[in-house]
Ligand binder design. Structure first.
Ligand SMILES: [Zn+2]
Length: 380
């Protein structure tokens, strides 16, 4: 079958439409619009698109498959949500300057979703997917730790021979096979308020207790083991002359080893059992939201296969470890060979300066397409 000529112009026009639709994680209507867009595009190719509601607070997830035959040869995972608020796209619409495209979610990861569509459309036109079963999983809450879509992603990963995650390639072009794990906790201290001039001894200071927690938590950091704990937000108290009734801390934990997640969890439980302020009530919520992703032998074999494809088509990149979590953490933890970073190259994600290197669109799409082709004919 004739090769479809890739048109960067057409791609950027389509990307512009997608970027100009606000689709924050907390904007169910916005993410639903992105889902509807891709459902329609893939339906036109004859693929089956199904929406899944995981929670009313977030938009639907979108599952798309060409044959529906399980196990899937490959699961392609992307997210439709961004970290940006409603109205941001109107304030900073899609734009192009000096070879870079800008706009909310341009590279993280609206371009990735579009690249996957273009790659699959071409493979299908060439008949390369006739004997392959490909599934796409686009979720709508990745930027809030996939808290609702996690079971859905995990169930699809469990039916897949490998998982390719479409997060953007790093600013230097690298792709990712190792990611640190992430934990999030909220520590809430409830004391007894009292006037410091009249009856200080009747007060129970929530801030005093929280101070012990902050020091204890930061003391759990162990850089040698790849673990760091950060109390990033602290709130509490009302006035200087009132013993503080309330104090809250929000905590971020990063770890390279799963055992470290357990060590931190255990230390938190010990602090909870042994409050330092008599009369205080402490509650802890949260836990590990993304287990660390360490490449298994099967993942390393997958990387080698990608390297071979990349060499053949002349795309150069390195594999790196990164501190950020993605849905690859979830699939890797299930033992499914998982690699990440298959989107175009870009940087400054989650900021107003987020950009995509326009030059990278075609080579990275070609890499993705040829890797899928390799698997479509290979893993049997
Ligand atoms: Zn992302």
């Amino acid at each position: 079958m004739a090769e479809m000529k890739f048109s960067l112009e057409e791609y950027l026009q389509e990307l512009e439409k997608l970027v100009n639709i606000d689709s924050g994680s907390r904007d169910p209507e916005g993410t639903a619009k992105i889902a509807a867009y891709f459902a329609e595009r893939f339906s036109q190719l004859g693929w089956k698109a199904q929406l899944h509601t995981t929670d009313v607070s977030v938009g639907p997830c979108l599952q798309i498959s060409n044959s529906g035959k399980e196990p899937f040869d490959m699961l392609l995972i992307g997210h439709m949500d961004t970290v940006f608020a409603r109205g941001d796209a109107a304030k900073r619409p899609f734009s192009v300057r000096n070879g870079r495209a800008y706009g909310p979610g341009v590279v993280d990861m609206k371009a990735s979703l579009l690249s996957a569509y273009y790659a699959l459309r071409q493979l299908q036109a060439e008949g390369a997917l006739d004997n392959a079963s490909i599934c796409l999983a686009f979720n709508s809450d990745e930027e809030i730790s996939s808290r609702h879509s996690r079971p859905w992603i995990e169930s699809l990963a469990g039916k897949s021979r490998c998982a390719i995650v479409l997060e953007p390639a790093r600013a230097d072009g690298s792709m990712v096979n190792t990611r640190r794990g992430v934990g999030r906790y909220t520590i809430t201290c409830k004391g007894v308020p009292s006037h410091t001039g009249i009856a200080p001894e009747k007060g129970v200071s929530a801030i005093n207790e929280l101070a012990h927690w902050i020091l204890g938590l930061h003391g759990l950091t162990d850089y040698a083991k790849g673990t760091n704990v950060n109390v990033g937000v602290v709130k509490g108290g009302t006035t200087p002359n009132t013993v503080a009734e309330d104090a809250v801390a929000e905590v971020d934990v990063r770890m390279t080893e799963l055992a470290e997640a357990a060590r931190v969890q255990q230390a938190i439980e010990e602090m909870l059992q042994n409050p330092r302020t008599p009369g205080i009530k402490v509650t802890v919520s949260g836990g590990v939201t993304r287990p660390p992703m360490q490449p298994s032998a099967a993942t390393l074999a997958l990387c080698e296969r990608v390297d071979a494809v990349a060499k053949r088509i002349g795309v150069e990149f390195a594999w790196i470890a990164t501190g950020g979590g993605s849905d690859a953490n979830l699939t890797a933890a299930l033992g499914v060979p998982s690699i990440d970073g298959f989107g175009p190259v870009g940087g400054l994600s989650h900021t107003v300066d987020e950009y995509m290197e326009i030059d990278s669109v075609e080579p990275r799409m070609t890499l993705l397409r040829e890797v899928i082709r390799d698997f479509a004919g290979g893993v049997k």
